[in-house]
Design a protein around this ligand. Structure first.
Ligand code: 3H9
Length: 713
């Protein structure tokens, strides 16, 4: 092997080496070999060098480390583009007069796959994951992907890849014709060796260059047109309000009707439109934020404790959901209940989840039995003596929880992590009630606990750093998105929820109907409005909380009685057949209820309010302003480490539309001075509720935004 030379740059991310007549080009840009400008330059000059060197007969492109290429460098989007553009690089690779082969292992995603598609041949290792996930970032494949992919595998398969963004395994990629061959191995070295072997075989048989742009995937025009029409119909329903899916379909359609070069030009135009869209900014913020939340201070300075045996106290909805989440992660669970009957009910909840999966054909009976064999039940706390982590999920009452923790203190081994799944309660008070407060932490799961991704990790005052690190490790095992929160009533999510729900109630009493409010909130991008959520969760839950808080409520604060009036009538929502909506034909059939409107009118009259009308935008502005203002308070008081922690909480636990990035990112995009001006205008009616957050005021005065605080961790 000749001595490796390197392409341009001080720490070159592209290495060149010669193996006989083959030029081996290795992209080495940790962590994921993203195609930043230095990589693009290195690749461009590598192709030029291979083309110019008479001793080079063919070029192999591979990646160092765990992946081929993870895509374009997402951090460059939104900054001025630097030459060469990725699309120019791909065109140059495809135009090369000598055969170019890409050997794929790990991720070959987005621009990474586009580089591979521009090469003339492709082999993939079994661990390769191929995909065009740009849609998840509000983009479209902008380096020829929309033109080359359908030419290779047909419009239908190409649209499926681009509109779902899903990752294909190597076998599926082979069967679709996206790669030519599947080869043994799972490492960068294997990819290199296999690539060399295949390229040598191609050279031996004098295989010509073969360009994807000339592919025949679009030959069946009737099937192509049908696929495009179907994609449009589907996107009209599923991608309502999103920008890039529609542009993807337009670009693929261009591939079917226009010459390659014209299709490429159109793709570039659409790509730039996507790049300019606020949805791109929101989605890319979400991408980085969900990775950033994993990095709490304690995960840097402490090692997690052992997590092998898990205990769950309580077999109700939450306890059983948590047990399923733990079982799904492959861990054993010991569930504790107060008596055999309650234990049987708890086990029943867990079994029901797996039986449903068997009924749907997602799980075999044997697999179900194997999972359930890891679930142990007991009515004796002593059976938790070997547990590494115990998660308490009993009734939401401080005394009840403290009694459970006294038992845990008695039976658990030293060093066991003792977690409480509470939504509101004071975890400091729970920790202080036992002899080992440093082992106590909050793990706030969201219902259904085995489905919802969010896990608030609530960090009380006395907790040890390793306990926090253990909670983050557990979240990773359970495939949850962890957000670190401080102790306060409601932590991050429910605390903010309580405030914007209040804003919605004020809107309702002042003149908007619950149906108008829900529609405006859905129009913003939430799947459901606040009153639909109340009906789904059960109005009695919020009612109980309001009663609990009645004693501590600020007497000066405005209080809307409408929801209480509904509950007094037993209208708890879906489970009782009526709530804010009527459910004549079951839970999914919510219909507006004139009696609810009459009741609201009565309450307005009682409060001496003359109803006025609110536009959709008026509703959205108040709802969001309340959310943002309380989000700012939560950051200001260090309940959330950074604004991005609030964003991730809302994206994963409260249905905030991902393409808007989360409430704090949305506020930055609207402009903090505008948000503050709204709040000050609303304050004319209710200065107590609309007190601007000191953080919001400070940021506006400094001309700064929430993003500027996101590095603070
Ligand atoms: C595109 O290609 C557009 C083109 O069509 C057209 C252009 C003209 N850039 O996820 P991980 C960082 S759009 C920059 O924890 P894993 C990530 O932030 C792109 N940075 O690792 C993290 O940083 P940190 C299409 C990136 O092993 C670190 O790498 N591609 C990029 O679990 C590790 O990430 C995609 O959408 C990037 N492209 O998973 C793929 N990717 O350590 C996006 C990652 O500071 N990436 N980082 O927190 C992924 O899906 C996963 O990262 C991947 C690895 C599967 C690759």
């Amino acid at each position: 092997m000749s001595k490796p030379s390197t392409a341009a740059g001080e720490t070159p991310p592209v290495h060149l080496a010669r193996e006989g007549a083959i030029l081996v080009v290795t992209i080495d840009n940790p962590p994921v070999n993203a195609l930043g400008v230095a990589v693009r330059r290195g690749l461009m000059s590598a192709i030029e060098e291979g083309e110019a060197d008479a001793g080079v007969a063919a070029i192999l492109v591979t990646g160092a480390g765990r992946n081929f290429i993870g895509g374009a460098d997402i951090r460059e989007f939104g900054k001025p583009p630097q030459s060469p553009l990725l699309t120019e690089l791909c065109n140059r690779i495809e135009a090369c007069s000598k055969p170019v082969l890409a050997a794929l292992h790990g991720a070959a995603l987005g621009g990474g796959l586009e580089v591979a598609l521009a090469a003339h041949y492709r082999v993939a290792l079994g661990n390769a994951r191929l995909g065009l996930p740009e849609v998840q970032l509000g983009l479209l494949p902008g380096a020829g992907g929309t033109q080359r992919t359908p030419r290779l595998i047909g419009a239908q398969a190409a649209l499926d890849m681009m509109l779902t963004g899903r990752h294909l395994g190597a076998k599926e990629a082979l069967s679709l014709g996206l790669v030519d061959q599947l080869v043994e191995g799972d490492s960068a070295d294997h990819a290199r060796a296999a690539g060399l072997r295949e390229l040598q075989a191609l050279l031996d048989k004098h295989a010509p260059v073969r360009r994807s742009r000339d592919g025949k995937g679009l030959a069946d025009t009737a099937a192509t047109q049908a696929a495009i029409a179907a994609a449009r119909a589907e996107a009209g329903k599923k991608s309502r309000g999103l920008f890039s899916p529609h542009k993807i379909i337009d670009a693929v359609e261009a591939a079917t009707t226009l010459p390659f070069e014209e299709g490429l030009a159109l793709e570039r135009q659409f790509f730039l439109q996507c790049l300019d869209s606020p949805q791109r900014a929101g989605l890319i913020h979400a991408f980085f934020a969900e990775r950033e939340v994993q990095k709490a201070p304690e995960t840097r300075n402490a090692q997690p404790r052992r997590i092998e045996q898990i205990g769950v106290v309580g077999g109700g909805t939450m306890g059983a959901g948590i047990a399923v989440a733990v079982l799904d992660a492959g861990l054993p669970v010991t569930m504790i209940e107060r008596d055999d009957e309650a234990l049987a009910r708890g086990r029943g909840h867990v079994e029901k989840t797996y039986d449903a999966q068997v009924a749907k054909g997602r799980l075999t009976q044997e697999a179900r039995d194997a999972v359930l064999a890891r679930l142990h039940g007991s009515t004796r706390y002593e059976d938790l003596s070997a547990a590494d982590v115990v998660i308490e999920a009993v009734f939401e009452d401080l005394n009840v929880k403290q009694a459970v923790f006294a038992e845990l203190d008695r039976v658990c081994k030293p060093g066991a992590v003792l977690a409480t799944n509470t939504s509101y309660l004071d975890i400091d008070a729970i920790a202080a009630s036992i002899s080992r407060p440093a082992d106590v932490i909050g793990l706030h799961f969201f219902s259904p606990a085995n489905v919802m991704k969010l896990l608030e990790i609530v960090v009380p005052r006395q907790v040890a750093s390793e306990v926090v690190a253990t909670a983050f490790e557990l979240a990773k095992r359970l495939r949850k998105v962890p957000v670190r929160a401080g102790v306060c009533d409601g932590f991050i999510g429910n605390r903010i929820l309580a405030v914007y729900r209040q804003a919605a109630d004020y809107l309702m009493e002042d003149g908007a109907s619950p149906y108008e409010i829900d529609a405006a909130v859905r129009d913003f991008g939430f799947a459901m409005g606040p009153y639909q959520v109340v009906d789904l969760a059960g109005g009695d839950i919020g009612w109980a909380t309001r009663k609990r808080r009645a004693a501590t409520r600020d007497p000066r604060a405005r209080y809307v009685h409408i929801a209480d009036r509904l509950c007094e009538r037993g209208w708890f929502g879906q489970k009782s057949g009526r709530g804010f909506y009527r459910y004549p034909d079951g839970p999914r059939s919510g219909a507006p209820d004139p009696e609810v409107l009459a009741l609201i009118d009565e309450e307005r009259a009682r409060a001496g309010i003359t109803p006025r009308s609110f536009s959709k935008e008026d509703i959205q502005r108040r709802y969001l302003a309340a959310m943002i203002n309380e989000g700012a308070n939560v950051v200001h008081q260090r309940i959330a480490l950074r604004p991005l922690d609030v964003d991730v909480t809302f994206l994963y636990g409260y249905g905030f539309p991902r393409h808007r990035g989360g409430p704090m990112k949305y506020a930055d995009m609207v402009g903090l001075p505008n948000v503050l001006a709204d709040i000050r205008a609303f304050a004319a009616e209710d200065p107590l509720f609309w007190t601007p957050s000191p953080l919001l005021v400070e940021l506006v005065e400094r001309g700064a935004n929430f993003e500027s605080l996101n590095q603070a961790g």
